[in-house]
Write a protein that binds this ligand. Sequence first.
Ligand code: FMN
Length: 295
Amino acid sequence: MQALSEKTSKPYNLNFFCHTPPAVDFAREATWREALSPYYAEFGIDPASIASGPGRQPFSAEMADLLDEFRPAVVSFHFGLPSAELLARVKACGAKVLSSATTVAEALWLEANGADAIIAQGLEAGGHRGMFLTDELSSQLGTFALLPQMVQAVRLPVIAAGGIADAAGVRAAMALGAAGVQVGTAYLCSDEASTSAIHRAALQSPAAQHTALTNLFSGRPARGIVNRLMRELGPISPHTPAFPLATAAIAPLRTQAESQGSGDFSPLWAGQNVTGCKAISAAELTRELALGFAG
Ligand SMILES: Cc1cc2nc3c(=O)[nH]c(=O)nc-3n(C[C@H](O)[C@H](O)[C@H](O)COP(=O)(O)O)c2cc1C
């Protein structure tokens, strides 16, 4: 945040996950490691050497302390909202609060619980699904089915996300009632993105035309390019440790495979529309997308 605020005086958006961290389920960990054991053997990895890491941390009081200091204009959340007490602290620092909704029911919940705007995350979107009231994947709708229904159901502004990759996509979302758009995948090959070389190559290859929702890498469904692990185990497994604990068991496989130039065990996050991925600056890409607001 220090680095960010030194580089710009313009308003910026900070994003946090706000899941409830699960307790480690040792029986489930063991079942999952058993499923991965042929891969550990292939790479000469001793499964006993892999710690059950805590994984990604949810928004916390310590993080709220930093918001007090840096006062971002916008704070967005994935997986619902933090506790009422923490949310009040975010609002007290003056930030507008956004969160992703993947169903109309989630949008209504966010409106009732203090969000200032709602991100309609369609099924096409890359990365983790923000779903938080359901884990039923069949409840998830494509952007252009979800967006108009959400716009009709809530009073808050709705931001369209999922599959938008160019100005024409922006225009189409605005025509369906969006107040703005959120684009993720198209930025993954931009100069500023920290996307790895392996991930960039996959995004720019024909393999990127086949993505799927998978829980193998983190324990929650997220959309990525289908790779060897997803093909061989099936993209969704009932045996993965709960989010975010599943990250630990895959990490050494990912490290070994990547050191050999392979993305077979990497989460190659991508949405269903990678046509906007270009090796240009994020500013240039944003200007291209913004032409869609011009009408
Ligand atoms: C690589 C990647 C990482 C993402 N990480 C986050 C995240 O940390 N928090 C979040 O709220 N959304 C995250 N998203 C989801 C985006 O905010 C957005 O919903 C999505 O990218 C829009 O669809 P698109 O990928 O088709 O553009 C991520 C998306 C991608 C592709």
